[in-house]
Design a protein. Structure first.
Length: 281
């Protein structure tokens, strides 16, 4: 499909209407790509998020953009469309009870000198992964530990790798951790903070689609899979749990969000406490 750059032909995209048929096609796309069910109520939101891409290509219909995205050579645009349609909301030390449990119950039981690996499986822009890193650094110091953060959106992963955040987003970080692991912005970077490299060196980020198996990641002692399952239907939820389960060490722990449930999805994931499961057998 040949498209004309915006600087040659420009359409009035502000008045574009996303038809019900086009919206159903887009819903099917994101469901197949990421297992996410957008629902009937998000048509206006989707139209607004994709409108700038139509403007970028000088397209006058959402159908034309859908055709463009489906062309095999436009892999980057498919990724960008996925970025625009996935929800990424997080903050530091979200759901503090999980960090309390890890600090009090999991870390003291871990064999000394044995590497500790953690996966932040829906890490968004990195706040969760760095929150975990602060706890592990406090407990293990420079000992053998590492964290992988993953997300399906390249856009939020770029921010995660950078580790640069607005000051208003850091309310959950304990004061002692702020002083020890964060750098306060000055001048042009006032009202921001940067995660210190001495912490970032233990954290890596990768683009992962959780509806696909991930054997290359290896094994983990703890997996955080929080506030992601609420966006998928029961079929995709089961698929994600089936892919996550092999990555968890025997005796390892899985954390999910407080609005989520995996009851009956795997016999060997035993309920420990609300939103906390442990792999047995």
């Amino acid at each position: 499909m040949n498209v004309v750059p915006q600087d040659i032909v420009q359409f009035d995209t502000d008045n574009l209407v996303l038809s019900a048929k086009e919206y159903q096609t887009i819903r099917q796309f994101i469901y197949q790509a990421a297992g996410i069910e957008l629902g009937e109520a998000k048509q206006a939101l989707v139209a607004a998020r994709l409108r700038k891409r139509l403007r970028h290509y000088g397209l006058s219909r959402y159908t034309d953009y859908i055709d463009l995205v489906n062309e095999p050579q436009n892999r980057d645009e498919r990724q960008l469309m996925t970025d625009l349609l996935t929800t990424n909301e997080t903050y530091f030390f979200r759901e503090p009870s999980h960090f309390d449990f890890m600090r009090q119950q999991i870390l003291p039981q871990h064999p000394p000198q044995q590497p500790f690996r953690c996966w932040s499986a829906a890490s968004s822009s990195g706040e969760e992964a760095y929150s975990i890193a602060m706890e592990l650094a406090e407990f293990f110091g420079h000992g053998p530990w590492s964290i992988i953060g993953s997300d399906i959106s390249n856009k939020v992963l770029q921010q995660a790798v950078c580790g640069h955040y607005a000051q208003r987003r850091i309310e959950g970080i304990p004061e002692a951790y702020l002083k020890k692991y964060c750098l306060k912005g000055k001048g042009d970077y006032a009202d921001t903070l940067l995660i210190d490299n001495k912490l970032k060196q233990y954290v890596s980020f990768v683009n992962i689609n959780l509806i696909e198996p991930q054997p290359q990641l290896g094994q983990f002692d703890v997996i955080f899979l929080r506030n992601m399952l609420i966006y998928v239907d029961s079929s995709k939820k089961q698929q994600i749990i089936d892919n996550i389960y092999p990555r968890l060490n025997l005796g390892g722990y899985l954390f999910i969000g407080h609005s989520e449930s995996i009851k009956g999805m795997h016999d060997n994931l035993h309920y420990i406490a609300p939103t906390i499961y442990r792999k047995v057998i």
